[in-house]
Design a protein around this ligand. Structure first.
Ligand SMILES: [Zn+2]
Ligand SMILES: [Zn+2]
Length: 167
């Protein structure tokens, strides 16, 4: 008797999807998992720097159509590894959204060698840069039942463009 086991990619993408549930940004929930040799090095989701108010408490801080209150999931995963002294050399990152330009540059210099994402994010510059740098980047299969958008979106827009409303 054999039962269906997920592939390693599907397994870590499922974990990244679970991690995204901890996101504190109202706009989008993103989760990331850094892996090497089938071992999880660090995880991250998009949220405010430690000690600062969360989008879920005070609303998103929107500049040019993006929420700038939060660190991205990939950044938080890299920073968690840094805080705990874990090398990311040669790692793979599993992330629920295709990395943006800033995250792509950070992943390159953290020597992450492979990116597996779920939801495409159309950033031509980020894609060109990854190709030029020779980093493997591929789209994985979305875990059953995973939703990219948050279900509760009540406060988006409430505090847009008004940084003075921060607690
Ligand atoms: Zn936000
Ligand atoms: Zn990013």
């Amino acid at each position: 008797m054999s039962r269906q086991r997920p592939t390693w990619d599907a397994y870590f993408l499922q974990i990244a999807a679970t991690v995204s549930g901890r996101s504190t940004c109202l706009r989008r929930a993103v989760g990331a998992v850094l892996v090497r040799d089938r071992r999880i090095l660090a995880t991250g989701y998009n949220g405010s720097p430690e000690g600062l108010p969360h989008c879920t408490d005070v609303g998103c801080l929107i500049v040019d159509g993006h929420c700038v209150r939060t660190l991205h999931a990939e950044q938080n995963a890299l920073l968690q590894a840094a805080a705990h002294g874990v090398s990311t050399e040669g790692a793979t990152i599993y992330v629920t959204s295709e990395p943006c330009l800033q995250c792509t540059k950070m992943l390159l210099n953290a020597r992450v060698r492979r990116i597996v994402y779920l939801d495409p994010y159309d950033d031509a510059l980020a894609r060109a840069l990854r190709q030029q740098a020779g980093i493997a980047c591929e789209r994985g299969e979305t875990p059953v039942g995973f939703r990219f958008e948050r279900e509760v979106d009540v406060r988006v827009g409430a505090d847009e463009g008004d940084p003075s409303s921060q607690a």
